[in-house]
Design a protein around this ligand. Structure first.
Ligand SMILES: *Cc1c(COP(=O)(O)O)cnc(C)c1O
Length: 389
């Protein structure tokens, strides 16, 4: 890699830019994870994480990526042969489904066009049809990072409740936690899956499960053979501030700092900041004359915007041009969207001028790569940012 001056713009929807405060917090000697100093820190982290997840219950922390936390959620409450209901919202929903099938779950995968979120009416119809309660869980991705679509969780909960069906509600908040409003307890979620490198502004390496009381009870009786991912062992050790095996100590230093940063700003302020940057981004995209992949304005993602390329133009060629000329990484089109969309990540440690740098880089890139568009997208975003706060 040639040496570059200035900071690289990492505008993919995760991993996100790690703030200096967090980098400095991690740049310390690793301590004894069985000593008293550690237990004190762990106690603070668990308290803070509960606020981030919106739960009074347990949050489990794994040294893993988000995929590990997906697996933990499955093996603690489900058994091979169990039926589960999932929705094709995009690439990540598809990957979680593939994992579920590898564990022998029978997945009813409701097809989708990758442009909208989970339809609560379809949840209700599927559960109402399931008179014998074969379906053990409804598993949804809150923010589909591959498409920039956010499913609304409360209507899904209400749909489940209307049928009186006992299925667990399991939600992937891997890219929404700490950037889009989310409330594990209030929204009646049983298991929430999260990880470190998106809204929490940390490097990759931590996975989370928030565990509701009903899910904890199911796990006590059931689930699959498990050891590393077992909630019960974790939660017991965590009560005293410890872990059953060596935790990712330096990432936990960073996590404590990230929680401080989010709670200092206040979660409502963090969510509003993301919503405003998302709106500015969409105004830029419309001014360029390009289309936003998400077809349902109520489901626009506040953390990433997937932009459709004009027919005959390759999104990855544009991304390569922008990386080469302006040292900015944009998200690639995943799965069936490869080459067709690029994604602008606007989440984590982010402010107005970072957004303007990103949008200027996209607009210049569209010109350099000769992608048909109108000028003025960055201007439209500037106008919006200057007139709101
Ligand atoms: C990133 C992401 C994942 C996968 O997480 P990894 O940390 O890459 O394992 C799963 N679901 C969603 C919604 C994501 O954005």
């Amino acid at each position: 890699m040639p040496s570059r001056s200035g900071r690289h713009f990492l505008q993919i929807p995760g991993p996100t830019n790690v703030p200096d405060r967090i980098l400095r917090a991690m740049d310390r000697p690793t301590i004894d994870h069985r000593g008293p100093g550690f237990a004190q820190m762990a106690g603070e982290i668990f308290e803070g994480l509960k606020q981030i997840f919106g739960t009074g219950g347990s949050v489990v922390i794994y040294p893993s990526s988000g995929t590990g936390a997906w697996e933990a959620a499955i093996v603690n409450v489900l058994r091979a042969g169990d039926h589960v209901l999932m929705f094709e919202t995009g690439q990540f929903a598809g990957l979680w489904r593939k994992m579920a099938e590898r564990f022998g779950l029978v997945v009813d995968f409701v097809p989708g066009d990758w442009r909208r979120g989970v339809d609560a009416a379809s949840v209700e119809a599927k559960l109402a049809d399931d008179k014998t309660h074969r379906i053990k869980a409804v598993m949804v991705v809150h923010n589909e990072t591959s498409t920039g679509v956010t499913s609304r969780i409360p209507p899904i909960r209400r749909a489940i409740d209307r049928t009186g069906h006992p299925a667990l509600l399991m939600v992937d908040t891997i890219s929404s936690l700490g950037s889009i409003d989310y409330r594990h307890d209030e929204w009646g979620v049983d298991v929430t899956v999260g990880c470190s490198q998106k809204g929490l502004m940390l490097p990759p390496g931590l996975g989370f499960n928030a565990v509701g009381a009903k899910a904890a009870a199911v796990a006590k009786e059931g689930g699959m053979p498990r050891s590393f991912w077992d909630w019960d062992e974790m939660i017991k050790a965590n009560r005293a501030g410890y872990f059953p095996y060596t935790p990712a100590t330096n990432l936990l230093y960073g996590l404590r700092e990230a929680i401080d940063m989010l709670l200092d700003e206040g979660l409502p302020g963090v969510f509003a900041r993301h919503a405003r940057h998302a709106e500015a981004t969409r105004r830029a995209v419309r001014a360029w004359g390009l289309d936003i992949l998400c077809a349902e304005p109520e489901e626009y993602s506040n953390i990433t915007t997937a932009v459709m390329m004009p027919e005959g133009h390759d999104a990855d060629r544009l991304r390569a041009t922008i990386l080469d000329r302006f040292d900015m990484s944009l998200g690639t089109g995943l799965g069936k969207l490869a080459g067709k969309v690029f994604r602008i990540g606007h989440l984590g440690d982010f402010n107005d001028l970072m957004l303007m740098g990103s949008l200027s880089g996209v607009e210049m890139g569209l010109t350099v790569a000769e992608v048909p568009h109108r000028a003025g997208g960055a201007q439209a975003a500037m106008h919006y940012l200057a007139s709101t706060n």
